[in-house]
Design a protein around this ligand. Sequence first.
Ligand SMILES: [Zn+2]
Length: 396
Amino acid sequence: MKKFTADYILTSTSSPIKNGSIVVDDNGKVLQVEDPQNLTAKPQQQYADLKAEKLSGVICPGFVNTHCHLELSHLKGKVPAGEGLIEFIKNVQKLRKTDDAEVIEAAAKADEQMEQNGIVAVGDIANSAVTASVKLKSKLYYHNFIEVYGFDPKNAEAVFNSALAIQEQFKPLAASITPHAAYSVSKELFRLIRKESDDKNSMLTIHNQESDEENKLYRYKQGSFLDFYDRLGLDISFFKPQARNSIQSIIPLFSNRQNVLMVHNTFTSMKDVYFTRRFDRKINWCFCPGANLYIEKTLPKLNIFTHHGFNITLGTDSLASNHVLCILKEMRLLQENFPYLELENMVEWATINGAKFLGIDHEKGTIEAGKTPGLNLISGLDRMKITPETKVRKLA
Ligand SMILES: [Zn+2]
């Protein structure tokens, strides 16, 4: 058993607790959260004599990283930065092929790095089952999103069936089938995914408006994607311009029973956000600022998402488009670019909101007696704002 006290405890379920203390058992299960200002709730006598480790900073729940690609970890530092999404995709396709041993070794290191940086659960995109052995041994919780792409409607069935086979290989780990992006998944393939996830009530994620070229393709059937398909030898005469942004065309393809995580949203407009609100769909938004700056050198218009009561989550994306897998670093980038953001809100995005999306909020995401959320110490804050000196340390 251990007892910690800190300047503040951010539980992600109540207001910040000043000078609060937490008791956890050896497995990290929270036994008691004590608020010295709350005189009605009596702390349990059995923990009263336990000597507390006094910490300077803020304790918060373990982080939930809702967007990663563990199987791309071996591409760290290999893909040139700042060249835009299409060049990025081409580079990843060219560079990712290597032997499984290299992929597994890099994935294991990345898994360890996430653990050290206080991440306890991951929504991880997978195009193969190569990372299954790493995840089975990991201390982190993984939900695997088996990602499909196929813009050519003729291939929908075959692509979908091979994803089902990969899902089998991940057992007993949690897995669901997920579309890659609006520009790489045909309506036919969307329908197969919809049916599958509707039957099983499973969640899905999609890379959304990561580049403005995606909107150009959908609005006018113009832009760099045409050249991209051309080079792939794909005839897209079946695709008609939709006169609206990509997200507005794909929202109707999801069912209202699926929890959908829109990832990136770098080129999502206010009109798009209002459009999604008019639809009866369970839309969640995930932001990966580190990857956006790496690939497109730009950030989403965060303020258009924050006032609608949406479930907002954070992700690191992969080491192909980020220097480190660290949720605190993603929060630091947001704080630098959107100084009005409050630590308390960002911690909720980084913890309970991700846990809710992944369906693990009974266990993770908040500091409450009975849960095993993981505990992080955030130190080096300047009046509750994240600075370059702010660090995270895993306590439990
Ligand atoms: Zn991604």
